[in-house]
Write a new protein. Structure first.
Length: 216
């Protein structure tokens, strides 16, 4: 089966005849958004998703969890891509793919989480996807962004620290009292879905290296 031509896709971005004007009008509603995210949401015209590959897009998403690691509060956020004709051969029986999972150790949880947490993922770069977020502890702020590219590159940036997600898409961050940070980058080896997130977090709690990391 012929693979989609990425160079043709890039050319389409300049061709107004290929643009999805419904998406463009919808995105204009975000122009007044005053959120606390690292990057302002920019409204650009994009070509119709099905021009790259029919049924190649079935949605993206972002979700969060709180957990305790040996008495430490840990905030988790993750970005995922739903199964489509582009990734079904990789996902097999799974319904989606989590391409980035971040866990941040925190000394503070606000009663109004909207003051502490903000995140979003966008599909307007389809077939590439990017998500971003903010998490605030009592004395620190974590800005992060992660992307998964169709041609294979996947990276994340957390407070200007860059991670190549091809070497592990689970990142744990722990702030220290001297305002420095420590981190672990973990490679799950296999594609995992949103249905497996809680199991993965529970397994991390029992990992000896992570127990040492959380006690440090």
């Amino acid at each position: 089966m012929a693979q989609p031509n990425y160079k043709n896709h890039l050319k389409n971005q300049y061709d107004s005849l290929t643009w999805d004007y419904g998406l463009l009008e919808f995105d204009k509603s975000f122009l007044t958004d005053k959120g606390i995210l690292p990057f302002k949401y920019g409204v650009f015209p994009v070509s119709k998703y099905d021009l790259f590959k029919k049924d190649g897009f079935k949605g993206v998403g972002s979700s969060s969890k709180f957990s305790k690691f040996n008495g430490n509060d840990v905030f988790f956020n993750y970005f995922f891509i739903n199964k489509s004709s582009l990734n079904s051969h990789l996902l097999k029986e799974k319904n989606d793919e989590v391409f980035f999972l971040i866990g941040i150790f925190t000394d503070y949880i606000d009663t109004d989480l909207t003051n502490q947490i903000s995140n979003m993922i966008v599909s307007r770069n389809h077939p590439d996807y990017i998500g971003q977020g903010v998490f605030k502890t009592k004395n620190d702020q974590f800005d992060y962004v992660a992307f998964k590219a169709y041609e294979g590159n996947s990276h994340a940036i957390v407070n200007m620290k860059m991670f190549d997600l091809n070497y592990g898409n689970i990142i744990l961050i722990k702030p220290k009292k001297d305002s420095t940070f420590r981190y672990l980058q973990l490679d799950h080896k296999e594609i995992f879905s949103t249905d497996e997130i809680q199991e993965i977090i529970d397994n991390l709690k029992n990992d000896k290296n992570i127990l040492k990391f959380s006690n440090d």
